[in-house]
Write a protein that binds this ligand. Structure first.
Ligand code: HSE
Length: 338
């Protein structure tokens, strides 16, 4: 399978690393050979018809922060790479932008137009233009999968749509942002200040490029919109979410809650067509009380009852579990060149 990676930051590099690690396993288990034919970042595009040397690409990106330093790379943009290079699948892994959805939105649409399947971790375009994106993918008869856009390694979209396909999901509630959960958990356990812990979350690679997306609840709201659309068929967009973040949560408020057997968590909920993100008091013993950078989603199903899934919501390597599962699903359904 010929793959293009657009965006070579935390997620793009994590994918290259996991593809290197799992090359033999993918061949043996699925007869899948992933050939990364191009990698694009803001500096340009590295390209090789026979597949790039991923170790070299990683070392170039890590040492120089510019893929254009890969031997033979060109100052070619993501759109040009998608339009001009022969490939089956585009991995869109540029930073999420909730104001315009760009550059991810244009990359995805260009991918569909070029007849390429798209797998993405990028929430912004989905939170703004979900309907347009799925319609365009269908119109061009290509696959479009985005498990990694919500909850990193926590499998929720494919779980609901595939495994729970006989259920109607009536409500979803959960913790959908690792950075804020990490911050609140550390503040609860160690009484640390907000600023101290945010810095650590950034260093660990959990936080968004612009961390206000995390702490203001914007990231959670984007993910909630994706879940509402993808799982519950609600035609919602980002502006439909009532959003409040955690910037005003003090160590004092956390301490008082703790004394009464509660924790404060940033919860996203979709119920009765209403989408809301807000800090809430959760009993310590409740299944939504998960620690650290973990994410959790509770699906209220009409047949199964409550299904709760917990997993690592962020991280360069962990997120690849979702990306790989989408690549493999497309490979199983379509094979190469279809
Ligand atoms: N900044 C996000 C988080 C990354 O902290 O959960 C994963 O979407």
């Amino acid at each position: 399978m010929r793959v293009q990676i657009i965006g070579f930051g935390v997620i793009g590099q994590g994918l290259a690393e996991v593809l290197l690690r799992k090359r033999e396993e993918l061949k043996q288990r699925y007869s899948l050979e992933v050939k990364v034919v191009s990698i694009t970042d803001i500096s340009g595009t590295a390209y090789a018809e026979e597949g790039l040397d991923l170790e070299k690409a990683l070392s170039v990106a890590r040492q120089t922060r510019a893929i254009v330093n890969y031997p033979g790379a060109k100052e070619m943009t993501g759109i040009e790479a998608i339009e001009e290079i022969d490939a089956d699948l585009v991995i869109e892994a540029t930073p999420s932008n909730i104001k315009t959805g760009e550059p991810g939105l244009s990359h995805m649409l260009a991918g569909f137009k070029a007849g390429k399947h798209v797998v993405t971790s990028n929430k912004g375009p989905l939170a703004l233009k979900y309907k347009e994106l799925v319609t365009e993918a269908a119109r061009n008869n290509v696959e479009f999968r985005f498990e990694a856009s919500v909850g990193g390694a926590m499998p929720v979209i494919n779980l609901a749509r595939e495994t729970l396909s006989g259920d109607k999901i009536t409500a979803i509630e959960g913790i959908l942002n690792g950075t804020t959960n990490y911050i609140l958990s550390r503040m609860t356990r160690e009484g640390l200040s907000f600023e101290q812990v945010l810095k650590e979350a950034q260093e660990l690679g959990y936080a968004e490029t612009d961390p206000t997306y995390d702490i203001e609840g914007i990231d959670t709201a984007s993910k909630l919109v994706i879940l509402a659309n993808a799982i519950m068929g609600i035609d919602a967009t980002f502006s439909d979410v009532k959003t409040r973040g955690i910037t005003r949560i003090t160590p004092e408020a956390i301490r008082l809650a703790k004394e009464r057997g509660y924790v404060i968590k940033l919860i996203g909920e979709v119920r009765n067509n209403h989408l809301e993100v807000s800090p809430r008091l959760i009993p310590e013993t409740h299944p939504l009380n998960v620690d650290g950078a973990l994410n959790v989603a509770m699906l209220h199903c009409d047949v199964a009852g409550e299904i709760t899934v917990v997993g690592k919501g962020a991280g360069a390597i962990e997120t690849q579990s979702a990306i790989l599962s989408d690549i493999i699903a497309i490979w199983k359904k379509r094979g190469a060149g279809q």
